[in-house]
Structure formats: structure tokens, C-alpha cells
Design a protein around this ligand. Structure first.
Ligand SMILES: [Zn+2]
Length: 427
């Protein structure tokens, strides 16, 4: 219990601060320059005009042809029990669930001894660790499934809606794992601490990250961010995602989403802010569309990273309306809610169903995810909902929970030597 409280406290420290313009003490990222900069060379007004160069036929820009991407329903047995020469079989066992925060692209900025260092060490993994974890999870026989495919809502014999666990049809011998990524919002504090700044569409039409390296150079890459990194891994290992699933992105709204500042601000209700906000909403739409096309789904992490164990129902209602208005309107309806800080509402959701849980369920949420020591899940009997816990590959578990994660990877093989020396407890 002590451990859980410590975890919650630290998460509070990490994520509780408001986004507000400038309140983080850091710069909000300026937009990346859009590919072609206009030629800015000064024109000498007195010089005779240069003869017009022969206009070269501008080559038509090659239209980017996106590769087809197939998404299959894991609750349906492929015809003849086979797809692409692979045999499928029914699976009703545990669906494991691993969740990550954004990953550290530049450890020298994350682990620089500042006030954020400990929190980043506790709750994040580095790019190298992430890649090793992916490889090991894959090597251990897991395949990705999307969280929205694991349970369904049906009408029970009593005429009431209820959730049921679906039978999954998996490639023979494989085990299912859900991935979720929390706080994929690109908060200002992260930008200063070694993370990428936003997602963009690369020249090849693929989701790519944009950011600045420690020297301030612009970097467009698919290797520094857990979203394109997973895309790439699945391209190289298509059998890791037989249904095309990637991860579920757990989004707050108070700093916008995916690196785009789509949020309203209490302190700034100027027409300029609103115009910028609308432009950011337009800019993020193609990113969302491409993510959805390639197997990513979305869940709510509340608008304000609200601690559901501590806030009043009224505050939570206001927050939920804002999430649906500012985030749900972009990513679409979702049945998934990820508790900020892992904090359960109403003093617990396992033995009781309190007013906050009931309200959130009434807003369309059906799967309520916390954080725990195993991939626990429970279909509630008194309301149409599922509660579940997720495991958390990060510094705390790499250092202290090696055994619990051996079914996925061995922390000894994963832990990045660039981490600060906070010690390990490996037995
Ligand atoms: Zn969070």
C-alpha cells in the first residue's frame, strides 16, 4: 500500500501542473517550419534586375501513396481457421496489458540532475530500453491486440446491458498483450527534458516525430518516439500485430493532444488564442486519421489529469464535458478511461460502484483502467463496465520488480546504463 501511495504522490508531482502559457517556465514549441522555406535572400534594390532564369518545368510533386494497412477483428476466427498460412486458435486466458509513458529520446536532458530527474527515472523508459522491451515481448510470443476488442457490451437475459469477455482467435501458440501509452500530449515540461515535441506526417506519409536535439537542431525521426517506433517495429515484425493493432493512446486535454495546442485556456480567451486553437485542431486531424488507419486507438485520461479519488463529482463532470468537447470531438467516441495517477473513484471501484463511477459510465466509458501489479480485470455485476489494472514498464519496476516482469523481459538485459545510479533490487 505504501508503495502505491508513493507512486500516486510522485505521479501527482509529475503531471499535476497546469499547462497554461508559460506557467511551466519553458517555451511552448514553435511550429516546425513547413518543409519549403521561402527563399529569404535579400534583393538589392539598386542592382539591375537579374534576367529571369528560364523557368524550369516544376516537377509535379509525387503524390504519396500510402501502403494499404489491414485491420482484422480478433474476435472472429479466420475462414478455415487460417490466415496467410498461419493457424488460429481460440484463446480465453489472461490478456496482459503493458502501459508506457512517452519515452526519453535524449537521456542527457532527462537525467541532468534537475527537479524532474527522479520522476522521469521512475516513470519513463529510454528509447533504447523501449526497443529492447519490444523485442523481448515479441520474442516471448506475445501479439498485440487492441483493448477495444477484448470486451464487448451485450444485452443480458434480464434485458440489461452488460460487458462480456470476448474469445480471441490468435495465431497458434501466441499470447495477447494490450499496449497503452499515457499522456501522449507532449506537455511543455517534457519538451525541455529530452522528449520529442509532436507528431507530424513525414514525407513518406508516415507518422513521424518532430523535435529538437540537445543542441537545438530540428530532428524529424521515427526512432525517438514510442509511436513511430512501434509502427516501425510492426513493419519489421508484422507477426507481432496479426490484427494490425498498435497501442491505445491515453489523452488528457489541458495541453492539447499529440503536440498540438488544441486546448481552451481559462486565462486566455482572446480571439488570437481561439484562432490558433482552431488552426491546431485542423493541423492534428490528419495525424489522428493516419493513426487510426494504422491501428492506433484512443482513450480518455480526463481533460485535466484529474485525480478521480480526490475531486468532487461536480469538478469531474465539468472536466468530462471539456474532454468530450475538446478531445473526444477530435478522436471520436471511446469506451476507455485511464485513471490519472491510477486513482480509483469513490474510494474504490472493485467492491462498490459509487456516484463518480456511475457518472463516468453514463458518459460512455465501459473499460476503466488503473495501474497494478498484474493484468487484473473484473467485469462488474451491478453496472455495464469492466475494471482492469495495467503493468508499467518503467524505472520503478525495472529497478524493483524484475521477477514480476520476467514473462516479458529481464530488467537486467533492459536497463539503460545512462540512468542515474539510484540502485536496483534484483533478486
Ligand atoms: Zn497520466
Amino acid at each position: 500500500m505504501k508503495k502505491i501511495i508513493a507512486l500516486l504522490l510522485a505521479l501527482t508531482l509529475l503531471f499535476a501542473s497546469a499547462c497554461g502559457s508559460g506557467t511551466q517556465g519553458g517555451q511552448t514549441p514553435s511550429d516546425p517550419p513547413a518543409g519549403q522555406e521561402p527563399d529569404a535572400s535579400p534583393v538589392d534594390q539598386d542592382a539591375p534586375p537579374e534576367p529571369e532564369p528560364e523557368p524550369e518545368a516544376e516537377p509535379e510533386p509525387e503524390p504519396v501513396v500510402l501502403e494499404a494497412y489491414s485491420i482484422y477483428d480478433p474476435t472472429v476466427m479466420p475462414e478455415g481457421g487460417e490466415r496467410d498460412g498461419v493457424k488460429y486458435e481460440a484463446y480465453d486466458g489472461i490478456v496482459e496489458h503493458l502501459f508506457f509513458h512517452p519515452i526519453i529520446a535524449y537521456p542527457e536532458l532527462a537525467f541532468d540532475g534537475d527537479a524532474q530527474e527522479k520522476g522521469l527515472d521512475d516513470y519513463m523508459v529510454t528509447v533504447d530500453e523501449f526497443n529492447k522491451i519490444l523485442q523481448s515481448v515479441y520474442d516471448h510470443g506475445y501479439v498485440l491486440v487492441d483493448i477495444t476488442n477484448v470486451w464487448s457490451e451485450i444485452t443480458g437475459d434480464d434485458g440489461q446491458p452488460k460487458m462480456v469477455r470476448n474469445t480471441l482467435y490468435l495465431p497458434e501458440g501466441k499470447k495477447p498483450v494490450i499496449f497503452s501509452y499515457d499522456d501522449t500530449n507532449y506537455y511543455p515540461y517534457m519538451l525541455e527534458n529530452g522528449f520529442t515535441y509532436k507528431l507530424i506526417i513525414g514525407d513518406d506519409g508516415k507518422i513521424t516525430s518532430w523535435g529538437l536535439d540537445p543542441q537545438g537542431n530540428e530532428v524529424i525521426s521515427r526512432d525517438l518516439d514510442a509511436i513511430p517506433a512501434l509502427d516501425k517495429f510492426v513493419e519489421e515484425h508484422p507477426d507481432f500485430s496479426p490484427f494490425g493493432a498498435k497501442a491505445s493512446l491515453s489523452l488528457t486535454g489541458y495541453c492539447g493532444i499529440l503536440g498540438y495546442r488544441t486546448q481552451t485556456e481559462k486565462e486566455d480567451q482572446s480571439p488570437e488564442h481561439e484562432a490558433n486553437r482552431q488552426a491546431e485542431r485542423e493541423a492534428v486531424k490528419p495525424i489522428i486519421a493516419e493513426l487510426k488507419r494504422t491501428g492506433w486507438t484512443f482513450g480518455s485520461h480526463t481533460w485535466g489529469h484529474v485525480n478521480l479519488a480526490k475531486k468532487s463529482l461536480d469538478v469531474i463532470k465539468e472536466d468530462t464535458v471539456k474532454w468530450l468537447d475538446e478531445v473526444g470531438s477530435l478522436v471520436g467516441e471511446t469506451p476507455i478511461l485511464y485513471y490519472p495517477h491510477g486513482a480509483r473513484p469513490d474510494g474504490g471501484d472493485w467492491k462498490q460502484t459509487g456516484p463518480i463511477f456511475q457518472y463516468l459510465q453514463s458518459q460512455g466509458f465501459r473499460v476503466f483502467c488503473s495501474v497494478g501489479i498484474e493484468s487484473f480485470s473484473f467485469i462488474k455485476k451491478d453496472i455495464c463496465a469492466v475494471i482492469c489494472d495495467r503493468l508499467h514498464p518503467d524505472g520503478t519496476t525495472l529497478r524493483k520488480s524484475r521477477k514480476r516482469y520476467l514473462q516479458f523481459y529481464d530488467a537486467k538485459d533492459i536497463m539503460d546504463p545512462v540512468r542515474p545510479d539510484y540502485g536496483v533490487d534484483w533478486d
